[in-house]
Ligand binder design. Structure first.
Ligand code: UTP
Length: 298
């Protein structure tokens, strides 16, 4: 299965930090956000990845390029830790391709740019600014791919429960329990999607289950993206394409497990939470930062 990472958005909520650099390249602990997502795809068995880039996004391509001169330099200077981290990046067992979305007119349009790359295969979409931290095995994305296949669905989505007052920030689902074929019993955290609404008000929201940045699609989604009109926020919304996709077959949803956590890095408060969480668990940074934060609280 191929993977697609939309990373062409303007990142206006992160201005001025994102005026001339991609928000997907902002560091979370030692790595840029998008590296976590490429690593997640690799861990889920995806080998071919298309990144949707655009204006001011050149740093993404530079980051994933091989740099033998830098490696040699680190070796000569015996910078062991940096060498280790850089080799891990260079040794990622994936091939990365790029296509540009010249004008970021919405996530639906960004995904449409992957049509040629994807061909007739099912494919994964993972948002370029959202880390899913999954310590469980197999990881969430691998389970989502498996669920899409076993449920013979046209689309499988990752979801999580959010406070109802935040539902106007997300695509929200109307669901019924997903019944396993042989058992006719509901499996925890699996749903059949009845409908999807982009950023509803708390009154309009049919549930507090929010789409959280991971999707598996059958290529038929492209037929419906073509039909999508400009929606909420003046953008072509992927949620609106999925709303139309329901007539093609089942859409299913898989909730993040308790041990799995979503880190959205698209706004300053959320980015700060992601940055501190990942730094605190880093072997080199964690201890010193924890001591510093304790003193701050005094
Ligand atoms: P967001 O809506 O969070 O990103 O999209 P944005 O539009 O850059 O953010 P703000 O609202 O201006 O701050 C989630 C992901 O989808 C990509 C973004 O780059 C981000 O990784 N995206 C969004 C595209 O690739 N193209 C688009 O037209 C919109």
């Amino acid at each position: 299965m191929k993977g697609v990472i939309p990373a062409a958005g303007l990142g206006t909520r992160m201005l001025p930090a994102t005026k001339s650099q991609p928000k997907e390249m902002l560091p979370v602990a030692k790595k840029p956000v998008i590296q976590y997502i490429v690593e997640e795809m690799e861990a889920a068995g995806i080998k071919d990845i298309l990144i949707i880039t655009g204006k001011n996004k050149r740093a993404i391509e530079d980051h994933f390029d091989r740099d033998p001169i830098l490696l040699e330099d680190l070796k000569k200077k015996n910078k062991v830790n940096q060498l280790h981290d850089l080799e891990a990046l260079e040794n990622l067992n994936v091939q990365i391709f790029y296509v540009r979305q010249a004008i970021p007119t919405g996530l639906a349009d960004a995904v449409y740019k992957a049509k040629e790359f994807v061909g007739n295969d099912n494919f994964v979409v993972a948002l370029g600014d959202t880390i899913i931290d999954s310590s469980q095995s197999p990881i969430h994305l691998a389970r989502l791919i498996d669920f899409h296949r076993k449920a013979k669905a046209v689309c499988a989505l990752s979801v999580e429960e959010i406070p109802l007052e935040h539902c106007n920030r997300y695509g929200i689902l109307a669901v019924s329990p997903f019944l396993e074929e042989q058992k006719s019993t509901q499996t925890k955290g699996k749903y059949l999607v009845k409908d999807l609404i982009e950023k509803p008000s708390p009154k309009e929201a049919p549930s507090n289950l929010a789409i959280c940045g991971r999707y598996v699609f059958s290529p038929v989604i492209f037929d419906y993206i073509k039909q999508v009109k400009v929606g909420k926020g003046g953008e072509k919304q992927l949620t609106d394409a999925m709303h139309l996709l329901r007539k093609e077959g089942r859409i299913v949803a898989l909730q993040l497990a308790e041990s799995e956590k979503r880190f959205d890095t698209g706004s300053f408060p959320l980015y700060a939470k992601a940055f501190v969480s990942f730094c605190l668990r880093d072997k080199e940074i964690g201890e010193e930062l924890r001591a510093f934060l304790k003193n701050l609280e005094l």
